[in-house]
Design a protein around this ligand. Structure first.
Ligand code: SAH
Ligand code: SF4
Ligand code: F3S
Length: 484
């Protein structure tokens, strides 16, 4: 939403009247109500109250956290990175067991902080909260938590907070699913020059290992007009790169009344003046169309990179995973991509130790990795998620065997990605400068179209700009360079 629309919404709301029924007006009403209460608290304490969002999991959650912070800042909180904040929100992930364990561990530590700061409030939201057993556990053993809500109602943060400020007990609000997409709420962006943009929510694929369809609900595409409007507003606000987000962007538009494909959406986004770079994730191989490859081939803005999760190289395992493609189909796609888009960078996700995976199956995965020659691959040890079909499958692979395969896979991937990185040494590349280097403040860090990073000596004034950089030296997974 533009600043003007926002101001109009905000000014039109009268908090002495009953709450509006329609969204997003209802949420602006509660933001304004909370703001009054927060101002009283600020007066009482003689200082501003702070908020902090801690994000676990994927880009979807990162985007949701920006929306949560946008709401909190409108209410009057000052955002901070510190977990000493007065309002702390954990936006959780449950894709693998260890993501859950991390949250429980950190809650124990927050309990002590809350004892020291009586104004502190703790909110939990995100994918983990969509699991009934998690919510029961929190209600029972973590009674100091103030707010619990799920993935379908993050837009309701102000309303839930208002409820919490008026009654002295934990507020829990979880929806099983939704058809609702609430547009036009504020967001506090982490970067001034790049932004994630949701194009769809949820997932219909039900890969047998994966909990995402259960916690994020059915696939819902956003209206293309709303997407374009959001990107135009972002560009007007200084954004030069967008990342279009969805669990399976290649099936974008399928449930919209007015049919539109992902490739057609990309063409519309490409037309936006002032936008320089377009990225997207994630692509499911079963829905990757020739139309998309064609659009990428002719685009001046879509980055030279495709994240194409394969999960396994064995047809038998792919079938048991319900991925709906074979190794051969995947390799054909890769060949088409490489032929149409020279030097395209390919990255992937791989699961090791899926139930029933034999040494033979694993060797198929290694073979595929070598044939594709990924620039990077993210590898995961299979994690059993209660409620998914794979959790009930027999022949869960012993831990030591999985560990051994994982190490072998990692070695193979590292060798290949190193070679890939060295191939660009000595070339000039256009990079988007993203920030001051973490290692040396005389350097800045930029990102290439293929997603790799380069560090080079320059002033921080270049942040958010596209510049040409000579890649002097490949350092494994990044480069050292100098501005041309
Ligand atoms: N929608 C995306 C991926 C979302 S989850 C896609 O289909 O590609 C990100 C990655 O987590 C997946 O690609 C998969 O490799 C991994 N993952 C999902 N569930 C997992 C599980 N139960 N155990 C281990 N890894 C898992
Ligand atoms: Fe999970 Fe498969 Fe959906 Fe990706 S496509 S989110 S792996 S169910
Ligand atoms: Fe995790 Fe939810 Fe994303 S489970 S990976 S945060 S969709």
């Amino acid at each position: 939403m533009t600043d003007q629309n926002f101001l109009q919404q905000w000014n039109e709301i009268n908090i002495n009247e009953p709450a509006p029924e329609t969204e997003p007006s209802r949420q602006y009403y509660f933001m304004k109500k909370c703001k009054v209460l927060l101002e009283e608290k600020t007066q009482e304490l003689g200082r501003k109250l702070t908020c902090c969002a801690v994000t676990f999991g994927c880009q979807m959650n990162a985007k949701d956290s920006e929306k949560l912070l946008g709401i909190l800042e409108n209410i009057g909180f000052v955002a901070t990175e510190s977990e000493d904040a007065d309002f702390i929100i954990y936006n959780t992930c449950t894709v693998r067991e260890n993501a859950n364990l991390k949250v429980y561990g950190r809650l124990g530590y927050l309990k002590n902080k809350k004892k020291k700061n009586p104004n502190m409030m703790i909110a939990l939201c995100g994918c983990m909260m969509q699991e009934p057993e998690v919510v029961s556990k929190i209600k029972e053993s973590y009674r100091f938590v103030d707010l619990v809500f799920g993935t379908h109602n993050i837009y309701k943060l102000a309303e839930l907070l208002y409820q919490r400020l008026n009654e002295n007990k934990m507020v829990v609000d979880i929806l099983d699913g939704t058809d609702n997409i609430v547009e036009d709420l504020p967001a506090e962006r982490k970067y001034s020059f790049k932004a994630g943009v949701n194009i769809m929510f949820g997932c219909n694929n039900f890969c047998t290992y994966c909990i995402v369809p259960y916690v994020r609900g059915r696939e819902r595409s956003r209206n293309p007009k709303d997407i374009i409007r959001e990107i135009e507003a972002l560009v007007a606000d200084g954004v030069v790169e967008v990342m279009l987000l969805g669990q399976n962007v290649n099936s974008y538009g399928k449930n919209l009344e007015e049919k539109i494909t992902f490739a057609q959406l990309l063409q519309e986004v490409e037309k936006i003046e002032g936008l320089e770079r377009i990225r997207f994730m994630t692509s499911h191989p079963k829905d990757l169309s020739d139309e998309l490859i064609e659009v990428m081939k002719h685009s001046k803005k879509i980055c030279n990179h495709m994240h194409l999760p394969v999960q396994s190289g064995s047809d038998r395992i792919l079938n048991r995973m319900n991925r709906k493609y074979t190794k051969e189909h995947y390799l054909n796609l890769v060949n088409k991509l490489k032929e149409s888009i020279p030097n395209i960078s390919l990255t992937t996700d791989i699961i090791v130790g899926f139930p029933g995976e034999t040494e033979e199956d694993f060797l198929e995965t290694l073979d595929l990795v070598e044939k594709v020659g990924y620039d990077t691959a993210y590898t995961f040890i299979y994690s059993k998620r209660t409620g998914t079909p794979a959790a009930k499958m027999e022949n869960q692979v012993p831990e030591d065997v999985v560990k051994d395969r994982f190490d072998r896979l990692l070695k193979t991937i590292q060798t290949i990605s190193k070679e890939k990185t060295y191939a660009y040494e000595g070339t000039d590349q256009l990079v988007l400068v993203e920030g001051v280097s973490e290692h040396d403040s005389a350097y800045v860090t930029g990102r290439l179209s293929n997603n790799l990073l380069v560090h080079f000596k320059a002033d921080s004034e270049l942040i958010g700009k596209l510049v040409n950089v000579h890649l002097d030296e490949a350092k494994g997974f990044y480069y050292i360079g100098h501005q041309c």
